[in-house]
Design a protein around this ligand. Structure first.
Ligand SMILES: [Fe+2]
Length: 169
C-alpha cells in the first residue's frame, strides 16, 4: 500500500492510496482531496444527488474557481492510473460499474449526470481512479449515455448482479 499526492487543478490536491489487494489484479485507489485556500478565495457549492451513484444522502461538491467537480464514486475505475488524465474515462468507469454494480438507480443516475453537465466542470475529481481534465460536461453526458446504452432498461439494470454480492441461498 502506498500514498501519493498530486495537484490535479490549481490548489486542488489529490491524496491517493493504492490498495492492490482490492479487485485484483488491477487494484483500487482511495482518493481524498485537499483545497488550498490561503491565496485564492474558494467557493464550494454542495449539490445533493440522492441515490446517485448510491445512498439517499449522496452529494457532489463543485469548487467554482477551478470549476472542479468532486464526484465521489461517480466515474469509479479500477487500477492505479495517472492522478489526472485528459483521456476518456467513460469506458473504464462502465467496466467498473459492470463489476461492482455500485449505482443504485439507472433512471436517477442518467438524469443526475445530465443535469450536472450544466456546471461545465473543467476537472472531475474522482474518489476511485484517475481524475479527468477537459470537457467535464461532455464526459458527464457520455457517462449518462453509456449507462443507458449498456445497462438499460431499468428492469435489466436491476437484474445484473454485483461481483461483491456473492451467491444467495
Ligand atoms: Fe468511495
Amino acid at each position: 500500500m502506498r500514498t501519493s499526492v498530486d495537484e490535479i487543478a490549481e490548489g486542488v490536491y489529490r491524496i491517493s492510496t493504492f490498495v492492490p489487494e482490492i479487485a485484483p489484479p488491477a487494484g483500487f485507489t482511495f482518493n481524498q482531496f485537499l483545497i488550498a485556500a490561503e491565496q485564492v478565495r474558494r467557493a464550494v457549492r454542495n449539490i445533493n444527488t440522492p441515490h446517485v451513484p448510491h445512498n439517499w444522502e449522496a452529494r457532489v461538491l463543485f469548487e467554482e474557481h477551478t470549476r472542479t467537480l468532486f464526484c465521489g464514486d461517480l466515474f469509479t475505475q479500477l487500477g492505479d492510473g495517472p492522478a489526472v488524465t485528459e483521456e476518456d474515462l467513460v469506458e473504464a468507469a462502465l467496466e467498473s460499474e459492470q463489476l461492482f454494480r455500485q449505482t443504485s438507480c439507472l433512471t436517477a443516475a442518467v438524469a443526475t449526470l445530465r443535469s450536472l453537465a450544466a456546471l461545465e466542470p473543467r476537472t472531475l475529481a474522482v474518489m476511485h481512479g484517475s481524475s479527468f481534465r477537459g470537457d467535464g460536461a461532455a464526459a458527464l453526458r457520455a457517462m449518462a449515455d453509456g449507462l443507458e446504452q449498456r445497462f438499460g432498461p431499468e428492469a435489466d439494470f436491476v437484474a445484473v448482479p454485483s461481483v461483491l454480492a456473492g451467491p444467495h441461498p
